[in-house]
Design a protein around this ligand. Sequence first.
Ligand SMILES: [Fe+2]
Length: 250
Amino acid sequence: MAEASTTIFHVSDTHFGVEDRAAMAWFERAVRDERPDAVVCTGDLTQRATHKQYSAAAEWFSGLRVPIMLQPGNHDMPYYNLWERFRSPYARFGELEKAVGAQLDLDHALIIPFDTNVPAQMRWPWSDGVVTRKKLDAALGLLRELHDDPRPKIVACHHPLLPERDGVKNPTIRGDMAFAELAAAGATVVLTGHVHFPFDQIRSRDNFAMRMIGAGTLSTRLRKGAPPSFNILRIGRSGLIDVEQRNFVN
Ligand SMILES: [Fe+2]
């Protein structure tokens, strides 16, 4: 892309506690050498949300020395301390966010946070996504406020809003509804993690389309034979988004 662009490194599921140190070092080198405008991490920063894992995550993310935007994942709510999990699921995440998070101010992109986690739900596993009206309305409200801003509006959340392909059950409850409403409100891209393998698809619901970009993992929890990986988004002035999916080769 020849014109000036905004570069975002989209990473996910670092799972501190079971992180892949070699893959992390490889990512650190890429950040140091290529200086992206931002790193966006779409959740599961830790494996069990312990204080130790959170402090390792804080040290690592702040050491990258670029603007960081973090979203929580289902693994980022306290796992052993149920009282805290229900009472203030994001207290530990909030501390991390304060320590490393920055308000992103990107030339050619707007990032809209959207939370798809719940501390508990009426099914097992509790790890899958659930869209709540309140959290969806918060994201839609932000999109409404930014309605006249010409920059592409990129939603960042942990769980893919649609299943891997149409015609199969959506593991994210009310994900289809969220997809359609966010797209109708002007979002054009949704960045996610959770599944530990990368993808880049154009999908639609109710005649509204969005690009779904999923990042793999930098942890040892590999799935479907996918190696550790991350995505690089290059967004030009025209709003065109080029996505490079980069794999770690050990
Ligand atoms: Fe994960």
